[in-house]
Design a protein around this ligand. Sequence first.
Ligand code: GLA
Ligand code: GLA
Length: 736
Amino acid sequence: MSTTTDRPVPHRWLRRPGPHAPSGTPAATGAPGTTGGSAEHAPSGLSYGADYNPDQWPREVWDEDVRLMREAGVTVMSLAIFSWARIQPTEDTWDFAWLDEIMDLLHENGITVDLATATASPPPWLTTKHPEILPQTRTGETLWPGARQQWRPTSPVFREHALRLVERMAERYGDHPALVAWHVSNELGCHNVYDYSDDAASAFRSWLRERYATLDALNAAWGTAFWSQRYSAWEQVLPPRLAASHPNPTQQLDFKRFSSDALQDYLRAEAAILRRATPDVPVTTNFMVMGETKGMDYAAWADELDFVSNDHYVLPGPQALDELSFSANLTGGIARHRPWFLMEHSTSAVNWQPVNVAKKPGELARDSLTHVAHGADAVCYFQWRQSAAGAEKYHSGMVPHAGEHSRLFRDVVALGATLRDLAPVAGSEQKPSRAAIVFDWDSWWTSELDSHPTDRLRYRQEALDWYSAFLALGVRADVVPVASDLTGYDVVVAPVLHVVPAPLRDRLTTFVEGGGHLVTTYFSGVVDQDDHAWLGGYPGALRDLLGVRVEEFSPLLDHESATVELGGEQLEATLWTEPVDVVDPDVEVLGWYKTGEQAGRAAVTRRAVAPTGRAGERAGSAAYVSTRFGREGLVPVLARLLDDAGVRSELPAAVRGQVELAVRTDGTDDFWFLVNRTAQPVEVPDVAGDVLAGRRLAPSGTTGTASTASTSDVPGALLLDPRGVAVVRRPADPAR
Ligand code: GLA
Ligand code: GLA
């Protein structure tokens, strides 16, 4: 293998010291655009690539792969993700020759490598010799080998073997000129986040000792006075295994926190080895900010990484595109608005949904570019070449079973060209919006526990519905973790913010007193960090701020609904209602229950909050939405709240809802991404700027129709193809 040190200069954004680089991680070297290695390996634009599994193919296919990679214009491949059994065929034998060869081959062809540590799935020899690394379910069943990721996050035996492999990988490839990043494991927690084995039990106890120090404190936090659960020795404490009835809720919550932390700790252990061996190579791992994947608190995990990576797969249904945008937006929030890496998505169908739909024309590029719109500087797929064998053989790739002579591969090549046109976007950040939706793992975990007023509540769905309403109104909103700095926002929507410890209550109060407009909903503010109810009436910790009081929840049965009148519209309320008492004179009722048990009572309220007196401060407000309106019903509710807060759409009225606007900025230029959410062409009037992708219509009055991408700023409407995306560069606007 080649061991030269002419490391390619990774993309600009890979080289910056990540927002999360722990102190001690050396800052990036070299100014943007400088080259330290071979210029052909120094793409300064967006990255393009895939997971690459050459070990599934005979050697002659590799040459064809590389030829097609050049044709597609890919710049980066993620290698060796599931290669442990190939690299270490037995405990004492190692086979790196094939990996040396493919690393060299990619390098010779100008393709960089995001190299996996290869620890994602242990080889059969290891699980046969050490079956004690296999995870156990809540009901005590063993997850046997035969699929993947069959390891306990807390197994000391697994860790010893995996970290030995990480050492070997770092030693062997740390100087390889193709290496641009380390890819720790793969989708940590995808299948093994919850392990209830004895290893987990003992690690859980250590975690609890760290958190509570004394058994008395644990007993208090877990409320063990209930049902005779009081512990008199640490050994009695267990993970929430299958029990006779509802397990203790705080035990369940702490087990979720612990399980996320255990994987984070494992991530840290791999990262520490890599950083010691190769301090200048950035470390990442691929998150799954998508759908109902909820076991991992990625907002906390981000601190371990030099740059954030995400995997996203489209979930078919009426909100598919909204969900994609929401996930991409939240990934940007987790990355603190810095560029991030889209490590995986699909060119077309996946294999793991009940029905796996193929992408329609235009969707391949639109889906990818929607991620770029929200800050992705890399567009990578699972996987380069569709497998011929194995459980993922019906999962699309960049090269399908049909081969290069296919619409799919032509779309892949075309997207490569578009990404090159978008090179100026690389390194720019998500431009903050005036509004934000806050997302909180503790509230997600806790609000969906059992033994609650309803088991129908879905935390992420509620947040997504609010996001859909923003999209329908054409108003940009950031999706940000709850710990983010909220002070710059005009409007903050915190749907089902169930867990509100006192410091969070104080932050939200300060936000409102500083002129911010807070919107929150039913089942918010109800419990503290230990899942203990705030007493005195709901919404608990937020009662004073909202100026309302609720004595009792009144969830609805599936067949029930109520009507709420708001601004002359009749809206359907489902899932949840409450007898809301207005207790503060500054509360205005915006919406009233018209039918059902709560008829005649307030359903949507807003308390005006006077400025605290500091010069320049405006009046803020705290609004409460006591029921579920769903994605369509929320549109008029949100419209009213945004209007009162003075937050307006930046899009021409004619295209709101049809077109999503997302903006990135590098301080000098803003990049407007206009995503056509429809299957029809859409004309967007009056968007000034240089068109980097998409087309501008010739000014009216002249003959001729659309011109292709042009760098000159001509007037005229933008024409978005069906499911098309335009990107326009404009001088940076200092306002949000
Ligand atoms: C995940 C994994 C990949 C592959 C894809 C299929 O993202 O990381 O290895 O299994 O799913 O969608
Ligand atoms: C999860 C992951 C997907 C895919 C499937 C495979 O849903 O999020 O990316 O890997 O598992 O089972």
